[in-house]
Structures are given as structure tokens and as C-alpha cells.
Design a protein around this ligand. Structure first.
Ligand code: AHG
Ligand code: MN
Ligand code: MN
Ligand code: MN
Length: 337
């Protein structure tokens, strides 16, 4: 009896193409991103031995000090896109403007956005980090996509995913037909399908938030979290646990695996910044993955994926995860309006 043949990412993507759910170009683009994530995983796992820890000595458009791995991961993704034939114009957390397709190359059909290294503050303390990516279609008739062409609502995404560099390296992907997990087989350099159709439990007793910002939240958010902390003797009638890894990829992966609600709410810490997370390459791709797994993703008042972006690096409040818990948090905010 032959052992069951495992399904590699390559085979999965070919099957999706044969089923007509993705086209050949999108299949190739996802393979290019997966190749880049494998290279980033190798760099991350070298740690101090790879000279990849610590600051790069430069800053990014976010006003953050860049880590060496932020810059290296960004370069690896851009090089992979070039190696794959420039199928996409690229936008990144680490680049102020999108990168056009070289004139020598035909315009690819896609726009690729990424957070090349998510959770940078965890690199030097050896805690899981990741890469987040989002794929949009390049508008018809546009020969050279510019920043403005990336400003499409999250519902327009044709694919979204992340790679988490943890005890194992996992690629979690959706092309609009469920959310599926692949684990990197380092010996063969291939991602292997290890979980089809991840599902987020509708209920949860676990929330993820950075409590140190509590004094900066709006009243509705204060009330919602106070009731979580009040436990079974409070209005919610049950005890809640808390987790905060400070790598969105790791917190979202836990929620996709066992449920929960992840929150980075509006706060008044920095005027003009409605929260910390970026819409185009953090909230939108994570929102698609969560919704495709039966969860919900909201700003606290409206669906994240319905937002019309007005600039490439705009920030947005994020409530995502177990559908019924997100609905509870939204109710506190809408009732306060
Ligand atoms: P990045 O490292 O790509 O800039 O993103 C970090 C984000 C996100 O990964 C995480 O959920 C959040 O920042 C943590 O914020 P705090 O450090 O304020 O808790
Ligand atoms: Mn990030
Ligand atoms: Mn980042
Ligand atoms: Mn950053």
C-alpha cells in the first residue's frame, strides 16, 4: 500500500488552476512569493549567525527605525518578483512609493503588496515574526501601475496570505476559496498542505490586545474591555484569557487555529493615526484570510474589506477573529455613537 502522496503548494496551485479558480499568472506569482518566504525563513532562522539582527540604521515612511531583516526581507521579495518575470508592480511597508514594472517587461496583471517582516520588534528577542502579502488585479488598460492604482478595497483582493517564521515555518493562503495552511519541509524546500479549510470558532474566551494603551482608547473600547476583564461575574458572564505576541502574524495564526479576537483599536496616542496597523498590507490580507475561515474583520464600526483606501500607508483600527465576539465589540461602539 503506497503511502499517501502529500500535496505540495505547487500541486495545490496546479489543481486550483485546473479547477479554474486561479489563472496561470496568479499561480506563478504565489509560487514566487512562497519562494521568497522560504529565503526569508532561512535568513530568520540564522539569527545572530546570519548577521541579520539589529537595526539597519535607516528609517521608513512609517517613522519606524528599520531592522536589518525589514530591509533584507523587502529586498528578497523584490528580487523574487524580478526572478519570476516582474508579474506584479510592488508596494511595501518599507517603500514610500510602489515599484513600477521595468519597461523591458510586459505589464503583469497583478499588484503585489507586502509587509516583508511583520513583528520586527520581536526579531532580536527570538519570537515568531512573519511576512504578510496581498494581491490585487492591475486595472485594465493601465500600462504602468502607480500608487493610485493600488488603492482598491480589500474585497478586490484575488489572493492574500502570510508566512509565519515560528517553530515551524507555515504559509497560510487564500485565493477566495477558503483559507489553507502549508508547512515548510526544509529538507525538500517545499511547502506541504497540512490544513485545508481552516475555521475560526464563532465564539471565543480569548482576546489579544496591547493593554498598555488603555488610557488612550475611546470610551466604547474602555467599556468593552472592562467587561471582558470583569469575567463571569460581569456582564459577559464568562472568564476571558489574554494573549499578546506583538507580531500580528503570530496572533492571527493563533486565532485561525483556535479562535479569539485580535484588537488594535483607535487610540489618541498619535494624532492622525487611527491605530497602528496598516490597511493595505496588514488589515486587508488578514481580513480576507479570517473571513474566508468564517471569522469577521471590522474597524469597530464597519467591515475592513469594504473600506475605500485613500493612501498607500493609511492606518486603520482592527477588530478581527471569532465572528460573534467581533459583533460584540462592534455593538459596544455602535451603541456609543
Ligand atoms: P511591523 O513589525 O510590520 O511594523 O508590525 C508590527 C505590528 C504588528 O505586527 C503587531 O500586532 C503590532 O505592531 C504590535 O504593536 P505594539 O508593539 O504597539 O504592541
Ligand atoms: Mn506588520
Ligand atoms: Mn513590517
Ligand atoms: Mn514596521
Amino acid at each position: 500500500m503506497s503511502a499517501a502522496v502529500s500535496v505540495s503548494l505547487t500541486r495545490y496551485l496546479i489543481e486550483e488552476q485546473r479547477a479554474g479558480r486561479i489563472d496561470a499568472e496568479l499561480r506563478q506569482l504565489i509560487a514566487v512569493v512562497a519562494r521568497a518566504c522560504t529565503s526569508i525563513s532561512i535568513a530568520v532562522s540564522k539569527g545572530a549567525l546570519g548577521g541579520v539582527l539589529g537595526d539597519a540604521g535607516t528609517g521608513n515612511v512609517q517613522g519606524e527605525a528599520q531592522k536589518k531583516l525589514d530591509v533584507l526581507s523587502n529586498d528578497i521579495l523584490l528580487e523574487a518578483n524580478a526572478w519570476g518575470g516582474h508579474l506584479a508592480a510592488c508596494a511595501s511597508e518599507e517603500m514610500e512609493h510602489s515599484q513600477p514594472i521595468p519597461d523591458a517587461f510586459p505589464k503583469g496583471g497583478f499588484l503585489l503588496l507586502f509587509d516583508p517582516l511583520d513583528g520586527s520588534s520581536n526579531i532580536d528577542v527570538n519570537v515568531s515574526v512573519g511576512t504578510i502579502f496581498s494581491v490585487l488585479r492591475s486595472p485594465e488598460g493601465v500600462s504602468q501601475p502607480g500608487d493610485q492604482h493600488f488603492l482598491q478595497p480589500g474585497r478586490q483582493q484575488v489572493a492574500a496570505g502570510y508566512c509565519i517564521y515560528g517553530p515551524s515555518t507555515m504559509l497560510v493562503l487564500s485565493t477566495g476559496h477558503g483559507t489553507h495552511a502549508f508547512t515548510l519541509d526544509r529538507e525538500h524546500g517545499a511547502f506541504i498542505l497540512t490544513q485545508r479549510d481552516m475555521r475560526v470558532p464563532e465564539e471565543t474566551a480569548e482576546f489579544a490586545i496591547n493593554m498598555s494603551n488603555q488610557r488612550h482608547w475611546e470610551p466604547a473600547m474602555q467599556a468593552y474591555v472592562a467587561d471582558l476583564l470583569a469575567g463571569k461575574d460581569g456582564p459577559r458572564g464568562k472568564n476571558f484569557n489574554m494573549r499578546w505576541i506583538a507580531s500580528m502574524v503570530a496572533d492571527v495564526h493563533r486565532i485561525l487555529t483556535r479562535g479569539g479576537i485580535f484588537i488594535y483599536p483607535w487610540d489618541r496616542k498619535e494624532p492622525g493615526k487611527p491605530g497602528k496597523l496598516r490597511l493595505m498590507y496588514e488589515a486587508n490580507p488578514m481580513g480576507m484570510l479570517i473571513e474566508q475561515a468564517g471569522g469577521a474583520a471590522s474597524t469597530g464600526r464597519e467591515d475592513i474589506l469594504g473600506l475605500q483606501p485613500d493612501q498607500l500607508h493609511q492606518r486603520v483600527p482592527v477588530f478581527l477573529g471569532s465572528r460573534n465576539e467581533v459583533a460584540q465589540a462592534v455593538a459596544y461602539h455602535r451603541n456609543a455613537d
